[in-house]
Design a protein around this ligand. Structure first.
Ligand SMILES: CC(=O)N[C@H]1[C@@H](OP(=O)(O)OP(=O)(O)OC[C@H]2O[C@@H](n3ccc(=O)[nH]c3=O)[C@H](O)[C@@H]2O)O[C@H](CO)[C@@H](O)[C@@H]1O
Ligand SMILES: C=C(OP(=O)(O)O)C(=O)O
Length: 429
């Protein structure tokens, strides 16, 4: 298992090209199952999660071709062509699904196209129990019969799915995407109420519309879908990653540096930009980039609460905590999306941060003098919070379990090293 070694103390200065969003790319890839024609995705990030999903799609009979290297400049992500001419199996097995929760997103497309699917239940993960009940209830509203047996969801709709009203009791990004993909090939109209409004949901809807789907209201809480008989070939460019953007913006401010983040879409980060402006993080918005830095010597403490979009993203919570650990003054960080997303706290504390957790809130006392340590990544965003701490710590930090980081940050050590960080990957077989 690889490790990452960082010697702290260098401000980050330079340009970073933002990659295509993991959380947009994954549902977009599953949309390939909806058509027997070719779906092409541009600006695909080079990430472990993409490979995991590509393996699952190949297992369903999708022919995949990846072209181009992950670019060092420009939004030159890879191009992926996917051709699901025939679905060879509708079973998504445990061995593949357990590697990544987003695999559940094959359920809607398989059910819509083939009339049945057997998908392993993904199970919980480090950040929470993460049930899929809302996905299943939504499918039932479209006429699917669902049975849970031996760890699998057995779903069938022998006469095809039929449009209906789906009212989500809780906002779920994945359930919104899964039901949207099921509904595009259902007979009649589906109305999804209390839908997720994340930019990744909008990106998926735009791609589906390009493939011939009839969808209105993506980006609002009510999405209406008129089912069509079939979808066709299309080429779509994956939206730039707002979480990667927010992560590097905070890393620039924390290290007292300045980063230009090329391709960033500030309109997708409004809540972070506005709330961190009070803390002294300056974001200058240019035509195709943003410039991030700290207004003073260090940021000021701020109270942050995660919420569904357009609120403050939970996927930036760990990085915000690292930022606030060295801020002037205290911060209260409240996590409302996942019940166990504070696993980075003990590791940050091992580096000298002063953080105490009280239920779903963490009190960060600020002004910590961080020191390098051997630390362990517990999940994807937690990994980056430890890298941020390492970038400002005295001495050397060694991050273990880098596979979490590789799920969602493209070439992180190359991007940071090019901006002055003293960082290297240690390959361990
Ligand atoms: C691949 C991807 O896009 N992942 C993102 C997606 O995950 P994901 O789509 O899994 O997250 P959801 O929006 O579904 O989860 C939100 C909350 O709803 C709960 N829930 C969800 C579904 C369900 O059937 N029942 C239920 O109770 C979850 O446990 C969680 O507490 O949105 C999360 C919230 O912004 C992000 O942190 C993830 O990075
Ligand atoms: C939690 C995340 O991803 P996933 O839903 O794929 O676990 C994330 O991207 O921070």
């Amino acid at each position: 298992m690889d490790k990452i070694k960082i010697r702290g103390g260098n401000p980050l200065k330079g340009k970073i090209w933002i990659s295509g969003a993991k959380n947009a790319a994954l549902p977009l890839m599953t949309a390939a199952l909806l058509t027997d024609e070719v779906l092409t995705l541009r600006n695909l990030p080079h990430l472990a999660d993409i490979t995991t999903l590509a393996n699952l799609l190949a297992q369903h009979g999708v022919d995949l071709h990846m072209n181009g290297a992950a670019g060092s400049e420009g939004c030159a992500g890879r191009v992926l062509e996917m051709h699901a001419k025939t679905i060879t199996t509708t079973k998504a097995p445990y061995e593949l699904v357990r590697k990544m929760r987003a695999s559940i997103l094959v359920l809607g497309p398989l059910l819509a196209r083939e009339g049945h699917a057997e998908v392993s239940l993904p199970g919980g993960c480090a950040i929470g129990s993460r049930p899929v009940d809302l996905h299943l209830q939504g499918m039932q509203q479209l006429g699917a019969e669902i049975e849970l047996k031996e760890g699998y969801v057995h779903a069938k709709a022998p006469g095809g799915l039929v449009g209906g009203e789906v009212m989500f009791p809780k906002v779920s990004v994945g359930a919104t995407e899964n039901i949207m993909m099921a509904a595009v090939l259902a007979k009649g109209t589906t109305r999804m109420i209390n839908s997720a409004r994340e930019p990744e949901v909008v990106d998926l809807a735009e791609c589906l519309i390009g493939m011939g789907a009839r969808i209105k209201g993506a980006g609002t809480d009510t999405i209406t879908i008129e089912g069509v008989d079939r979808l066709h070939s299309y080429t779509h460019t994956v939206v730039p990653d707002r979480i990667e953007t927010g992560t590097y913006a905070m890393a620039a401010a924390m290290t007292g540096g300045e980063l230009e983040l090329i391709g960033a879409r500030p309109e997708h980060l409004r809540s972070m930009i506005d709330q961190l402006a009070h803390a002294g993080v300056v974001i200058e918005e240019l035509d195709n980039s943003i410039i991030a830095r700290c207004a003073g010597e260090r940021v000021k403490g701020a109270d942050i609460m995660t919420e569904p979009y357009p609120g403050y993203p939970t996927d930036l919570q760990a990085q915000t905590m690292a930022l606030m650990s060295t801020a002037d003054g205290a911060s209260m960080i409240t996590e409302t999306i996942f019940e166990n997303r504070f696993m980075h706290v003990p590791e940050l504390c091992r580096m000298g941060a002063n953080i105490t957790v009280h239920g779903s809130s963490a009190l960060v006392r600020g002004q910590a003098k961080l020191t390098g340590a051997e630390v362990m990544a517990t999940d994807l965003r937690a990994s980056f919070s430890l890298i941020m701490a390492g970038l400002v710590a005295d001495g050397e930090t060694v991050l273990n379990r880098v596979y979490h980081l590789d799920r969602g940050y493209e070439r992180v050590e190359d991007k940071l090293a090019a901006c002055g960080a003293d960082i290297e990957r240690i390959k361990v077989d």
